[in-house]
Ligand binder design. Sequence first.
Ligand code: NAD
Ligand code: WQD
Length: 331
Amino acid sequence: MKKNKILVTGVAGYIGGTFAYEVLKMGFKVYGVDSFINSNRNNIDIFFKNFPRDFNFLEIDLANDILELKKVFDEFKPDFIVHFAGLKSVSESQEKPDLYMANNVGSTRNLLENMNSETFFIFSSSATVYGNNPNQPLTEDSPIEATSVYGMSKIECENLIKDYAFNKGVKSICLRYFNPVGSHQEFVVVEDYLNQPDNLMPKLIECVKNGKNTINVYGSDYKTKDGTGERDYIHIIDLVEGHIAAIDKVQKIENIDFFNLGTGQSTSVVELISTFNKTNEQNIKINYVDRRLGDVAICYSNPLKAHNELNWQAKLSLERMCKDSWEAVQK
Ligand code: NAD
Ligand code: WQD
């Protein structure tokens, strides 16, 4: 029988919500869970309205509501668990280290405890696990290093997943995202720019929305093409397609694998702002301020492993990322 039941954690959030919407369109059955610690019911109402037969939802805290989680597994019997739920702010993780470790690692452990060799696990990891590495681009074999509590929580989750893959036969893929931006085609699930005060794209959106025409750029003296930080921005549609490729792949692997999801293009802050201005006919100006604590100069992927082994490649341009990010919040 075709495997088509996906337990999506963090389904009310930006990436989990976009993924859920796309796989529901494809005909998968989705059971979503979320605690709303960093989101609200908006996406949930949309999914119930658009996919009443194939969507179900329960509000639970994966790190604490162990009995409720077991009931979800018993009732839904998922084929795949795609685990997006987690707290993701680097700065907040430094202020609340215990919360970040308990929430992110606890949630992952509780899910894995309910799994066996018949269920497949896809995990939202992050390029942050590579820390501050001068050797760019990053491959999946680049050294792992935590430069924040958030990073430490992702590394600990990856290690836990490795344990369950080798010792309990839970076949798993960890996807290391670079910098996801944009929105899918229908603009139904949108990144909450009000909730994400420190990432570059939500900050640009916030500037336009609030009629401020200047953005603070953190540092102009990095050893990069123009002195500002370079990153690997990836369109959320490409990111979601990477997960769909991983769902196929995870059924064929022996125990665990790791893939970068990035474009392989390194874009500076100045380049992103100027592309945003040009594409969206805006005129946001730059105000250079000090470097932000903990920022690395350059971070971009070598995406070849995903290309060769997942048969996946990011396709959408930086212009499209800027256009869709802005258009989505306008609608
Ligand atoms: P998001 O905050 O929009 O969504 C995460 C969701 O998880 C939220 O709805 C939140 O309420 C929920 N959640 C958190 N802890 C939970 C718990 N204990 N139980 C149930 N629900 C819980 O974030 P996002 O941008 O969609 O990120 C999704 C995943 O991708 C996260 O794990 C994040 O670390 C990872 N990631 C994100 C980025 C990025 O730039 N957005 C980059 C790399 C990795
Ligand atoms: C990008 C560039 C900033 C805001 C973070 C997490 C990472 C991952 C993605 C989850 C940097 C500069 C930003 C602003 C600026 N998340 N900037 N002015 O730091 O690469 O990655 O989100 O896993 O773990 O660390 O993304 O969007 O915050 O910054 O100049 O107002 O934009 O200095 O060079 P980052 P970002």
